[in-house]
Design a protein around this ligand. Structure first.
Ligand SMILES: Cc1cc2nc3c(=O)[nH]c(=O)nc-3n(C[C@H](O)[C@H](O)[C@H](O)COP(=O)(O)OP(=O)(O)OC[C@H]3O[C@@H](n4cnc5c(N)ncnc54)[C@H](O)[C@@H]3O)c2cc1C
Length: 396
């Protein structure tokens, strides 16, 4: 299929990536984003090999690698600094055929944005309605997207409107939607390079609490503190609260916190789609990224799965004879895999950061120490082994 048109609702990682993929498939694409500034600033992200291979398929792999830091060293520790699991990122890169990297979200977002022509982006426009038009069987049905006073007709709508997706609510009104998973996360990027930051990526598990960091090429880092907490908990001074809880943990945690400005700290509760959707497709609408499978962050796979979605959708529409056939293939290929990853991410949280009982924590740590070096990291990264499909437009 070529010379078709798509409207992508949402200009986050999922929406921009799917727009790039659909353009490679030969489609005309418009991305509609409600925010006035197209950005994803504020924190950092790890991209595992599957995410990096998807980005390479989209033609932005080299740019992302250049702006990112490879995660070769680090692993998991206890608050007193004792090693639980060691990371050998170089060996994993050889095995998986792509690196694991850490990158500021703003840099990833900019690279995706710059891979699209400015005229394909409509910003500051909130989509208020999506409806299937022309259900006359003699005509292929199209979809209509409304924002403000504008309507756009398209052959396909990609709902990349995030965890609180309006389009998902519209298509699946009885689905319960996102649920709080019991953890709240505070995170920030340091304002300056941090001395003594030797690990590229590290997680430290306490009792119902985790502190992690992702180092960037310029020596700054993103850190995140995850806590078991009631939904909606807020702190008057978030950085002081994080220092109170974590500044006595091993280095470089105190150094990371000392290099952070109070106003840089973001605080969000962790929500996920605990009830899997029955389909990622309805008519000519495809759900993608967090709109389809918002997952707990404990495996660092949410955006990687969104990037897989984007490439798989583009490859399907490029090859299939009809939009309907392409979407059926997209749903069949993406739903089982992404829902398995989401389930494993939830389990990883329960066995990792969320485990609070001292006896259970002790048993877990002893079990990890008995496993061969690197085995735990390999288990955490088992979903990173993914081969992207090619995006090859059919000859007209
Ligand atoms: C603490 C934390 C750490 C994480 N770490 C990692 C990690 O290390 N690695 C990883 O792979 N993943 C990670 N993730 C997951 C990852 O951040 C998400 O999966 C990813 O950002 C989802 O992108 P998205 O584009 O689907 O959604 P979003 O980023 O939410 O984008 C949705 C966009 O749609 C727009 N929008 C919404 N409604 C409308 C509308 N009606 N009209 C127009 N626009 C609309 C929004 O403004 C937004 O820009 C983490 C998540 C969390 C919470």
């Amino acid at each position: 299929m070529s010379s078709n048109s798509a409207v992508v609702v949402g200009g986050g990682i999922s929406g921009l990536a799917s727009a790039i993929g659909l353009r490679l498939a030969g489609w005309h694409v418009t991305v509609v984003e409600r925010a006035a500034v197209l950005d994803d600033a504020g924190a950092g992200i790890s991209l595992a090999a599957n995410g990096m291979r998807a980005l390479a398929t989209l033609g932005v792999g080299e740019a992302v690698e250049a702006a990112a830091r490879r995660q070769y060293t680090g692993g998991t520790r206890t608050p007193d600094g004792r090693r639980l699991a060691l990371m050998d990122g170089a060996a994993l890169e050889r095995e998986l055929g792509a690196p694991i990297v850490g990158i500021p979200r703003a840099a990833l977002h900019r690279i995706l944005r710059e891979a699209l022509p400015a005229e394909s982006l409509v910003i500051g426009a909130e989509v208020t309605d999506v409806e299937v038009t022309d259900v006359d069987t003699a005509q292929p049905s199209r979809v209509r997207v409304t924002y403000g006073d504008t309507t756009l007709d398209a052959d396909l709508v990609v709902a990349a409107d995030g965890i609180h997706s309006r389009i998902r609510r519209r298509l699946f009104p009885t689905h319960p939607g996102p649920a709080y998973n019991g953890s709240t996360v505070l995170r920030a990027i340091t304002e300056r390079p941090v001395d003594g930051l030797t690990a590229d990526f590290e997680l430290t598990w306490g009792h119902g609490a985790e502190f992690g960091h992702i180092a960037f090429p310029d020596g700054r880092a993103e850190w995140h503190a995850v806590l078991n907490a009631p939904a909606g908990v807020r702190y008057q001074d978030p950085l002081t609260e994080v220092r109170r809880r974590f500044a006595h943990w091993h280095e470089p945690i105190p150094a990371l916190l000392a290099a952070t400005r109070p106003e840089a700290v973001l605080h969000h509760d962790v929500n996920e789609l605990a009830t899997p959707l029955p389909s990622y497709v309805a008519g000519r609408i495809a759900l993608l990224g967090d709109a389809a499978h918002a997952m707990a962050p404990h495996l660092g796979q949410g955006a990687c799965q969104a990037l897989e979605d984007a490439v798989t959708l583009a490859a399907a529409v490029a090859e299939a004879r009809s939009v309907e056939a392409a979407l059926a293939r997209y749903d069949a290929q993406r739903r089982p895999r992404s829902q398995t990853v989401a389930r494993d991410a939830r389990r990883a949280g329960r066995m990792g950061q969320q485990l609070a009982n001292p006896l259970a924590v002790g048993l877990r740590n002893a079990a990890i120490r008995l496993t061969p070096p690197g085995a735990m990291v390999r288990t955490a990264l088992k979903h990173a082994d993914w081969t992207p499909p090619r995006i090859t437009p059919r000859a007209a």
